[in-house]
Ligand binder design. Structure first.
Ligand SMILES: C[S@@+](CC[C@H](N)C(=O)[O-])C[C@H]1O[C@@H](n2cnc3c(N)ncnc32)[C@H](O)[C@@H]1O
Length: 387
């Protein structure tokens, strides 16, 4: 599943401003980029961790920040369509780097605030990283987002410089609604010791609100997402939390219909001046410079799952439209295991929904076997192409 996104020009300008302040040339950035994240796990020493020089940090801003920024929109969209995103939200961004996930969350809340002008949103973010310089870039980027935020969205943030150890336990006054960590649990950061961070994530669950979500995101390459999946499995098996999404359906178990959920998710950035400038200057990092596959997981403590199979009279679904039936005025989306057919009240709506669009239906009435639902006057249907 590919999400096409555009990198905002105000963020591009902010990245260029930081680069000028640091006096780093584009040739230096290209050189630093080619030297980043290019080792294999087998060749690393046990305690390896990436050494982020100033040039590498700036290269991260130019190349990795733009597409990592939008990855969190996928889990946020799922939580939003299940009515699980609060209007006042307290966020902890673990190993935030230049504030990538925080800026992504702020951009998402900007969209929510613009769509719902009668509501007021409050986004409080605490960013933690061991690199002071990254945190100073995060401040500049978040201030830029704040400047472009609508009036009904207030963003406040604080930063903490701290090297997180496997036994680290944060002391907090208030629990968090969202705790996220992106590209932290992999061999580029911890050599062969990523799994040793299990106790840290057990402690992190203690500062997550009972109705909160822990979101972990990694590149989808097998070796890079292995610790994320390992830690997910242990936390879920020990019943410290439950898996909200994505579901664990394996098409090799005879469920071939579920390719949407099983396959990796990809972000594709259109018109990113930063990445284009690097390519023009000879950057040769990857074949597809603007597409990036990723894996994620949403863990919760309240037993909520994205696809709740309980016996109810209504249900919410969110997914990609796989088929349309003009005769029955309905369309099909995958619920993680089966095709769910959504029957629409009128022909106008079916005309507006294309195969491949991302659609969220809240409180659809269940018609038969939970596999067919109808959109009623108290249901909400939203076509979310841009997320
Ligand atoms: C690949 S960057 C990810 C940044 C951001 N989360 C993102 O997804 O773009 C990894 C970050 O983890 C931070 N990091 C690695 N080990 C850490 C530790 N033990 N404590 C705190 N930060 C750490 C690094 O400084 C770096 O900023």
């Amino acid at each position: 599943m590919i999400f096409k996104v555009e990198f905002p020009t105000y963020l591009e300008q902010a990245v260029r401003k930081i680069t000028n302040q640091e006096n780093i040339s584009i040739d230096c950035i290209v050189k630093a980029l080619e030297g980043m994240y290019n080792k294999n796990e087998e060749n690393l020493v046990e305690n390896y961790s990436t050494n982020y020089s100033k040039e590498k940090k700036i290269a991260y801003l130019w190349y990795y920040f733009p597409y990592n920024l939008f990855k969190i929109h996928r889990p946020l969209s799922e939580l939003h369509s299940a009515n699980l995103l609060p209007e006042k939200v307290n966020v902890l961004d673990i190993a935030c780097g230049p504030g990538t996930l925080s800026v992504g969350i702020a951009e998402f809340y900007k969209k929510l605030a613009l769509k719902n002008p009668s509501k007021s949103y409050l986004l409080r973010i605490c960013l933690v990283d061991k690199e002071e310089e990254f945190l100073s870039y995060a401040k500049i980027l978040l201030d830029t987002v704040k400047d472009s935020a609508p009036k009904n969205l207030k963003i406040v943030y604080s930063t903490v410089t701290q090297t997180i150890q496997p036994q680290t336990r944060f002391r907090v006054e208030e629990l968090f609604d969202i705790i996220c960590a992106g590209n932290f649990l992999n061999y580029y950061e911890h050599g062969k010791k990523s799994m040793s961070y299990l106790p840290f994530f057990e402690n992190v669950l203690e500062i997550l609100d009972e109705k909160g979500s822990l979101i972990l995101i990694e590149q989808s390459k097998k070796e890079l997402s292995r610790p994320l999946k390992g830690i997910r499995d242990i936390l879920v098996k020990s019943r410290r939390c439950n898996l909200f999404s994505p579901c664990l359906v394996d098409p090799s178990n005879g469920n071939e219909k579920c390719y949407d959920c099983y396959q990796a998710f990809e972000v594709e950035i259109e018109n990113c001046g930063l990445i284009q400038a690097l390519v023009d200057c000879g950057a040769n990092k990857r074949k597809h410079h603007t597409r990036h596959p990723f894996s994620y997981v949403i863990l919760r403590k309240d037993g909520q799952k994205r696809f709740d199979k309980g016996q109810r009279s209504s249900r919410s679904v969110f997914g990609v439209v796989k088929a349309k039936s003009w005769d029955h005025n309905s369309f099909a989306i995958c619920d993680g295991e089966n095709e769910i057919w959504v029957r629409l009240p009128n022909h106008d709506l079916i005309r507006r929904i294309d195969t491949g669009a991302i659609v969220s239906v809240k409180s659809g009435r269940i018609l038969c076997n939970q596999k067919e639902i109808s959109v009623q006057c108290d249901s909400q249907i939203e076509i979310i192409r841009e997320f």
